[in-house]
Design a binder for this molecule. Structure first.
Ligand code: UDP
Ligand code: MG
Length: 314
């Protein structure tokens, strides 16, 4: 199988038929084998019914139906798990992304591992969506070091190995380029057509920006420290202990050498607290080290990601 198209759908009954027609028209013209995986993310309208009907008439179609609404990230994740294609292409199911762009992605991924769409002329509300998005893209780029213009664009293409190695939580599908670049994946960005949403309602508002930024904190933390927690907490702890220790020593010397009473000095309290806080941080770091080991060893999670294995017989 060459291509898997992955499309999450949550209450998109007005869009599916036209979407499927457009995807099929585009792909049937290409000399490739493909599948289209539609994920019904717990829709409460007739989305699933329409998908079932489409699936009966088109053997390219795979339908995954969630028991309830798990969110777009979960939907992508399910699509990735089931995808059989060498290239996996994701897109929105509301016709805001244009299936006619798919061939460009197939071309672009020939010399990349991940191709990300850039909705340069984005057709969404300015105040509630485009401005927050510019800010969020800038922050994500700064924090993760993966500079692309449009993290939020769903239209992306991946080599199979890239998606099979991803573990997604929360609203994290938009950080895939960042996660992938940390794995050492080669990323390319191309401009895509974007349409306003003609039918159905957007599932998100400005509140999503906050969730995205919180997820960014998680992603960054896990990336920087997930295999070395003591290196994160340790230095903070040591700093507290050194400062606290110096204070306590200073007071002790005053008492011993000059017989000055130190019992009523606020500094004493500060010194002791500092030592205790320092010990706590180091303890946390050590606990973290144990958790990391339990996490990786019980679940057989490697701390590396292979690109290729060459050996006798290959
Ligand atoms: N979607 C989904 N589950 C959700 C929310 C959205 O599968 O909980 C799908 C939705 O049906 C659409 C895509 O994700 O195909 C993008 O959603 P939407 O168009 O509402 O987002 P926007 O374009 O406004 O950012
Ligand atoms: Mg949309």
């Amino acid at each position: 199988m060459d291509i898997s198209i992955v499309v999450p759908l949550y209450n998109e009954e007005e869009n599916i038929e036209e979407l499927h027609r457009k995807i099929s028209d585009t792909l049937n013209k290409l000399p490739i084998s493909y599948e289209v995986i539609y994920i019904d993310d717990g829709s409460t309208d007739s989305t699933l019914k329409i998908l079932e009907k489409i699936q009966k008439t088109d053997s390219h179609v795979v339908v995954l139906s969630f028991r309830r609404n798990f969110g777009q990230t979960a939907a992508f994740s399910a699509g990735f798990d089931f995808a059989r294609g060498e290239i996996v292409i994701t897109m929105d199911g509301d016709l805001q992304n244009d299936p006619a762009d798919i061939p460009k992605f197939i071309e672009a991924i020939k010399d990349a591992d991940l191709v990300s769409g850039w909705r340069r002329r984005r057709k969404d509300p300015l105040i509630s969506r485009r401005i927050p998005s510019v800010v969020a893209n800038w922050i994500i780029g700064k924090v993760t070091g993966a500079r692309i213009h449009d993290y939020g664009c769903s239209l992306k293409a991946y080599r199979r190995e890239v998606v099979k190695n991803l573990k997604l939580y929360g609203e994290m599908h938009r950080f895939i380029p960042a996660l992938a670049s940390w794995y050492g994946v080669k990323i390319k960005e191309i401009e895509v057509t974007h349409h306003p949403r003609y039918r159905g309602k957007s599932k998100y508002g400005i509140g999503r920006t906050v969730k995205v930024l919180l997820d960014l904190v998680t992603v960054k933390f896990l990336h920087s420290f997930s295999t070395k927690p003591l290196q994160f907490f340790g230095p903070i702890g040591l700093l507290f202990m050194i400062v606290g220790g110096a204070i306590v020593l200073y007071l002790a010397l005053q008492k011993i050498l000059y017989g000055i009473s130190i019992g009523g000095r606020p500094l004493l309290l500060g010194g002791f607290f500092s030592v205790l806080i320092g010990l706590n941080f180091i303890g946390m770091g050590l606990l973290g080290e144990m958790i990391v080991r339990v996490y990786h060893e019980t679940q057989k999670k490697p701390i590396y990601i292979l690109k290729k294995i060459l050996g006798p017989g290959d």
